[in-house]
Design a protein. Structure first.
Ligand code: DP6
Length: 343
């Protein structure tokens, strides 16, 4: 094949789960379905240069610097992807990624990192093979993203994305995420302000946390709770019931951390300031009636979710009451986005 182009580039966002993925089977198959809001600003841009070669090889740069610490995870990823991306076996890749958010923010970037890389790889594969076309491009990109990091499978679609089989959506799959349309036009556009409580690396990785679900005493209960919460969340979105939306989202966040605290061995990822912030968010909601809620991922930072029409009021609250509990007063204002963009 005579290729006109030998470099591809994609920008892909991070996402914040409303129903949490926690626990997985072999080959990145989730124990339960999850659904997330796709973010807009927190994203990774990845570009991949490729040239013909006798065998597959890759070099990886993060912001133009070699990063040996990323290689083990990338090696596992490529060992999982080769059956889906046969054309790569005769290519040498040079991968360069950069994040839109600060390194020091402690934001998990595996979702944006792996989805942007997967989109590049699927575009390259599509240049060599008929297996990928416009119809299945995003589905395949989501599947490849999943093989790098489960939550990355959801970043391929916005504003809502569901990964894992659920009876609520016929098309849902454990292999890849599907886009979820808001059936209710009234449901507000949400903002997500990420309150940076801890900017350091997590003391227990998500990979280890997932593993601890294998023999967790609440494994069965968690799987049924996730399905129940999913159906409550869907109902609340479909009927524009923000109070019930808030109840489910906060229940999922606290369940995630309760599962960590009841794992064997146990671990705690939130910090005193995580709790200080959560307390103030709940108090602010009770006092002002503003439809704010918190969620957490596998770390100490708090995601503050609120409808866009409360932006001014909530920003005032953040500056006055919450910023003091953030590391160096740092927080990132993001909002729900529509998914990846090709560069
Ligand atoms: C708590 O997707 O980071 O953020 O598949 O091992 O890469 P791996 O895990 P990862 O786990 C994310 C867990 C979570 C919840 C979620 O995003 O659904």
């Amino acid at each position: 094949m005579n290729l006109k182009k030998s470099e591809v580039s994609w920008k892909s966002p991070s996402n914040i789960a409303l129903i949490k993925y926690w626990g997985k089977y072999d080959n990145q198959i989730p124990m339960n379905p999850s659904i997330s809001f796709t973010l807009e600003k927190c994203s990774t841009i990845t570009s991949v240069k490729f040239e013909k070669s006798n065998e597959f090889s890759y070099n990886f740069f993060f912001e133009n610097k070699i990063k040996p610490e990323f290689i083990p995870k990338l090696d596992v990823f490529f060992s999982r992807t080769n059956e889906y991306l046969p054309s790569l076996s005769k290519l040498k890749l040079t991968i360069n990624s950069s994040n839109s958010f600060p390194h020091s923010s402690g934001i998990a970037s595996s979702a944006s990192a792996f989805s942007s890389l997967a989109l590049c790889l699927i575009e390259i594969e599509s240049m060599f093979s008929d297996l990928i076309d416009n119809e299945n491009f995003l589905e395949k990109a989501s599947l490849i993203s999943r093989l790098g990091s489960g939550s990355a499978s959801r970043s391929v679609y916005g504003p809502l994305s569901c990964w894992g089989e659920t009876e609520l959506y016929d098309q849902s799959s454990d292999q890849y995420a599907i886009p979820i349309k808001m059936s209710n036009d009234e449901f507000p556009v949400f903002c997500d302000t990420i309150l940076i409580v801890d900017s350091g690396a997590k003391k227990v990785s998500s990979t280890i946390g997932h593993k601890l679900m294998d023999d967790h005493i609440f494994k069965k209960e968690r799987i049924s709770q996730s399905h129940l919460n999913f159906s409550k969340l869907k109902k609340s979105i479909d009927s524009n019931d923000l109070d019930s939306f808030i109840e489910v989202v906060e229940n999922e966040a606290l369940t995630l951390h309760a599962l960590m605290m009841t794992s064997n061995p146990n671990f705690i990822l939130f910090k005193p300031n995580t709790i200080n912030i959560i307390d103030l968010i709940v108090k602010f909601r009770e006092e002002t009636g503003t439809k704010v809620c918190f969620t957490l991922d596998a770390g100490a930072n708090v995601h503050l979710l609120y409808p866009k029409n409360s932006f001014e009021k909530v920003q005032e609250f953040i500056k006055k009451s919450l910023a003091q509990f953030c590391h160096d007063g740092e927080y990132i204002n993001d909002q729900i986005g529509l998914g990846p963009q090709k560069n």
